[in-house]
Ligand binder design. Structure first.
Ligand code: ADP
Ligand code: MG
Length: 666
């Protein structure tokens, strides 16, 4: 590693700023890639429309005027002449350039074109004609202490130093794709001269990143196959008896999942399985059967869910089923009193609890298990690699089962879940009718209220969802309170309206949920806190306001809260915007289709509507846009890994080193 101080022109201030971007070495700096490129191509003003982006050079015609309107805030205006046209330029906070903007100089202006008034509102000015400016300008993620331009300048300086970059792509694939060298690619990424060579360079860098990622995933999976977990000797007959005692018959898909899980559990290979199935498809019962198998072999089980409401519901469900078998079930959440918590810790430690349900409180340092054999996580709560390491540190090698209602597009299945086995539940339990979804405009609210009234008259219940982002700190409760009042005005005379959001105390929330579950509340105005898992069978309608604010998958999850019995249920999406996008929800109930669509529209970022584990943060690749590269990288890394012991050159040794390190993490 070469220290940043070795680079001339990078002083202590710059180092502080770079450190804030997690850049601590020359190698890190030169691999801090642009996140996009500006193509500086001269615009033809005649072809542009109002408010189009514009890049133009011209001669300065008038002395700049500056107007200061606050500390460090200024507005500068001047005129340039170009294509025999006079244009007014407005630019903010560049007052310091004033003395360099002399009449007669040629400059380049980049900004938005107000064609009507012949004004360019500029976001950048370059003090030279376009011909002298690189046509492709790299743009870096910057922050308040350092600009993209500065970052670029430092990188250019650093590139002159003699630094080491390991080139991981095996020779075989360098030849296959005719890749350029890594250092050359890095140079081009920062100083591109034409699109052709830039694309070549970027593809090479992305391939390398994805190749390493996929080879790690493949290696994890391979290792999993050799990882010894618990070997149980539960008799299948006992499981079948339990299944026959249920109040319903399992669907074929559920049975297949049970078989997969059963085989994993009686096998000494450690289970690392995902049960994937749309909301309401009945994943929980599979998890319960898994816990039963585990119990019969004498081990403890833990089920973790993301919210307290959900844990409570699971707890009651599980307890109802397990009670008559003498299985001891307990609930552990963050809001228990210390004394209650301590009691539970004690019993977990001595083995007096067989099944524990809870939030992530289940895996804090205070919790010591007697003999934890199975960990189940519900709804998108994937353990990061580090959390899995945590389990291991506690001396546990429990089998792991994930349940997710988020259908995962193929791409993701390849990557984020690439190290797991997957079982799917594709059909809904019998008797379920698909939810009918309508799209309504804001001004059709009367229709909506009428539809609601109809449901209420039939003694059914309704969710009304306010578009609040629960994770935001600046939670604005006005929206939901407003909506609550509206609903109360419309229906309050005959029906009870309740309100639920994330900023309420846990016991308040619980209270409201209980009242809704027991039909004391008929209309529940809520944020997305109800999104996951909540199960009130008598609720047959969901109304979502400003639904354009949600991702398609998120809405699909939400509407899974209704249609939970054999009654026809409805979902009404109210939106004045993006109705084209929302339309797919009225056309299909297939979560896979919807997630693919979401994926196309929104990319990877908020696909799951939840935080992703850090595993997916790539430096240069982007899973959505670089899917074809990902596929090549996957196939090549598969092939390479199979033969890795045959290779004994520098590159394969470096790759092996990475693999052994990533194994240590698991
Ligand atoms: P999810 O997959 O969303 O977690 P749940 O496991 O909560 O779905 O199941 C939804 C509802 O369907 C629950 O009330 C559950 O008891 C019920 N259920 C599950 N499987 C069946 C089945 N095979 N037949 C009838 N009802 C079922
Ligand atoms: Mg569930």
């Amino acid at each position: 590693m070469l220290e940043l101080t070795e680079v001339n022109g990078i002083g202590s201030k710059a180092i502080i700023a770079l450190n804030k971007l997690s850049i601590y070495s020359v190698e890190k700096l030169v691999t801090y890639y642009p996140f996009r490129y500006n193509i500086l191509k001269r615009s033809n003003l005649l072809e542009l429309l109002q408010d189009d982006n514009v890049v133009i050079d011209g001669v300065i015609e008038s002395k700049p005027n500056i107007f200061f309107f606050a500390k460090h805030k200024d507005k500068m205006t001047f005129k340039i002449k170009t294509d025999n046209m006079i244009l007014s330029i407005i630019i903010y906070n560049r007052g310091y350039l004033k003395n360099k903007l002399l009449i007669g100089n040629i400059i380049t202006v980049i900004g938005k074109y107000d064609k009507l008034h012949n004004i360019i509102v500029a976001n950048d000015i370059k003090l030279s004609p376009l011909a002298e400016i690189p046509a492709i300008e790299p743009i870096y993620h910057a922050n308040y202490s350092i600009t993209s331009n500065k970052i670029h300048n430092y990188i250019v300086k650093a590139l002159k130093k003699d630094f080491e970059l390991i080139d991981y792509i095996p020779d075989k694939y360098v030849q296959k794709y005719n890749f350029i060298g890594k250092k050359d690619a890095v140079m081009i990424a920062h100083n591109p001269t034409n699109m052709n060579s830039l694309n070549k360079a970027l593809n090479r860098l992305k391939y390398e990143e994805l190749f390493l990622f996929m080879i790690k995933i493949n290696y994890l999976k391979l290792n999993n196959n050799f990882q010894f977990g618990l070997k149980r000797n539960t008799d299948r007959v006992d499981i079948d008896r339990f299944i026959n005692d249920l109040s319903f018959t399992l669907t074929a898909d559920q049975l297949n999942c049970v078989n997969d899980v059963y085989n994993d559990l009686v096998n000494e290979k450690r289970m690392n399985r995902l049960i994937q199935g749309d909301v309401g498809s009945g994943k929980t019962i599979v998890a319960i059967i898994a816990m039963y198998i585990n119990y019969l072999s004498g081990y403890q089980s833990a089920l973790m869910a993301p919210t307290e409401i959900l844990t409570k519901q699971h707890y009651e469900n599980i307890n109802n089923l397990f009670f008559k078998y003498g299985i001891r079930v307990a609930l552990l959440t963050g809001n228990l009193k210390l004394k209650e918590k301590k009691q539970i810790y004690e019993k977990l430690n001595t083995g007096e609890i067989d099944v524990i349900v809870g939030t992530h409180a289940l895996f804090t340092d205070d919790v010591k298990y007697h003999n934890l054999g199975l960990v189940i996580t519900d709804e998108q709560h994937r353990f990061g690699v580090n959390q899995r390491a945590n389990l291991k540190n506690k001396g546990l090698v429990p089998d792991i089962l994930y349940m997710s209602a988020t259908p995962i597009p193929r791409t993701y299945a390849l990557t984020i879940y690439g190290d797991m086995d997957v079982s799917s539940i594709k059909t809904m339990p019998n008797g379920r009718k698909p939810v009918i979804t309508y799209l309504k405009k804001d001004n059709e609210i009367k229709d909506v209220l009428n539809m609601m009234l109809e449901q209420l008259k039939n003694n059914h219940q309704i969710y009304v969802i306010a578009p609040l982002i629960e994770e935001s700190d600046k939670i604005d409760l006005e929206n939901i309170n407003e909506l609550y009042k509206k609903m109360d005005r419309a229906f309050g005379k005959f029906y009870k309206v309740g309100i639920l959001h994330g900023k309420m105390e846990a016991n308040e929330k619980e209270n409201v949920m209980n009242q809704f579950a027991s039909n004391e509340i008929q209309i529940l105005v809520s944020t997305t806190v109800i999104e996951v898992g909540v199960d009130v069978k008598n609720a047959t309608m969901m109304v979502i306001f400003d639904s354009y604010r949600f991702g398609l998958s998120a809405i699909h999850q939400l509407r899974g809260r209704v249609g939970r019995n054999d009654l026809q249920s409805y979902c009404i999406l109210i939106s004045n915007k993006n109705t084209e996008r929302l339309k797919i929800l009225t056309e299909t109930n297939d979560g896979f289709k919807i997630s693919e669509e979401d994926f196309k529209l929104r990319g990877s970022g908020d696909l799951f509507g939840v935080r992703q584990s850090g595993d997916m943060n790539f430096q240069i690749a982007n899973i959505k846009n670089d899917y074809t590269i990902l596929l090549s990288a996957k196939n090549d890394s598969d092939e390479y890994l199979k033969n890795i012991d045959l290779y004994n050159d520098i590159k394969s040794n470096q790759i092996k080193e990475i693999l052994y390190c990533s194994n240590a993490l698991d």
